[in-house]
Design a protein around this ligand. Structure first.
Ligand code: NAG
Length: 297
């Protein structure tokens, strides 16, 4: 696992406030559902309380506009409905030239390129920030079909964003040769099904990697037998193996109980014998003393 440490930390803490640069552009990563601050500040730190600044997404969507105290929902119209009641600015920061905005309850559809524009400044200023709203889900794994020679494994990833890489790996971490993944997309979220056929007993892992947001998740499935001749019936193979194991465990338990019983008996016997001898000694000593005493009389 090689996550970009900063981004990873960010996802863990849900801060959404790290700024790794990719191709010189600021990229912010955030987990879907959490709030995010998109930064934009004038290096001059001049007061912008009476100025105009405009936030757009992907060039044309109106995210937020501030003009001398008026904002969307407060004296201005024209905001894209995607952002209504979800975007706010930081009033107290305006005097420091800080035009950052907060988007609450982020959705995958908020992912994109944001620009912060000061059209009336000389020269006019534009800042660009990329937002990635991520969803990481644990894959589910199952054995679809089983014969004496092979097992068909299926891994299902639902609603992940951005698009993850899905792989089947074996015990030693090698990637298995899998079928072409079935990928469906809806509103930026991806469902992926990946199937692979395995022929050996082992623990197999479906690994889901989202490099862009530094996330990796996996789930494992244990496949018994495969090509083992002991598994004749397709499908019943796993169940058969499990019941054999349970039977063996029970047998082992019973054997250890019996062994324990005999061991205890042996120990008790050994302990009891010296005690008896000692008592006899003491008794005979007592007799000897009595005899001595009676002899003295
Ligand atoms: C601008 O304001 C936001 C919100 O308070 C803050 O997180 C950010 O650090 C500020 N930016 C600068 C450059 O001060």
């Amino acid at each position: 696992m090689k996550p970009v440490p900063q981004v990873f930390l960010c996802l863990v803490t849900l801060c959404g406030l790290t700024f790794p640069h990719i191709n010189g552009e600021v990229v912010i990563t955030v987990k879907e559902g959490s709030d995010v601050v998109i930064p934009c500040s004038l290096s001059s730190k001049e007061n912008i309380e009476s100025k105009l600044f405009d936030w757009k997404k992907d060039g044309d969507k109106e995210v937020f506009m501030y003009e001398g105290g008026l904002t969307y929902g407060n004296g201005r119209t024209g905001q894209d409905k995607q952002f209504v009641d979800r975007v706010s600015h930081f009033q107290d920061e305006l005097k420091n030239g800080n035009a950052s905005i907060k988007i609450s309850k982020t959705k995958v559809s908020d992912s994109g390129n944001y620009t912060c524009i000061f059209p009336h400044l000389q020269p006019s200023q534009t800042f660009s920030i990329q937002l990635v709203v991520g969803v990481s889900t644990k894959p589910s794994v199952m054995a679809l079909n089983q014969t004496k020679d092979w097992t068909l494994l299926r891994c299902v990833v639902r609603g992940a964003s951005p698009k993850p890489k899905v792989e089947w790996k074996d015990d030693s971490g090698d990637t298995l040769h899998a079928k072409e993944p079935k990928v469906t997309e809806s509103r930026g979220k991806y469902d992926i099904i990946l199937e692979a056929t395995v022929t050996k007993t082992g623990i197999y892992r479906c690994v889901v990697t989202q490099e862009q947001i530094g996330r990796q998740g996996h789930n494992t499935i244990t496949v018994y037998c495969g090509a083992k001749p002991s598994c004749r019936d397709s499908g019943s193979c796993t169940g058969w193996m499990v019941s054999t194991w349970i039977f063996l465990l029970l047998l082992l338990g019973l054997l250890s109980l019996i062994a324990g019983y005999f061991f205890r008996r042996k120990v008790l016997k050994r302990r009891r014998s010296p005690t008896v001898n000692q008592q006899q000694n003491e008794e005979s000593e007592g007799i000897q003393v009595e005899q001595l005493l009676s002899n003295g009389r």
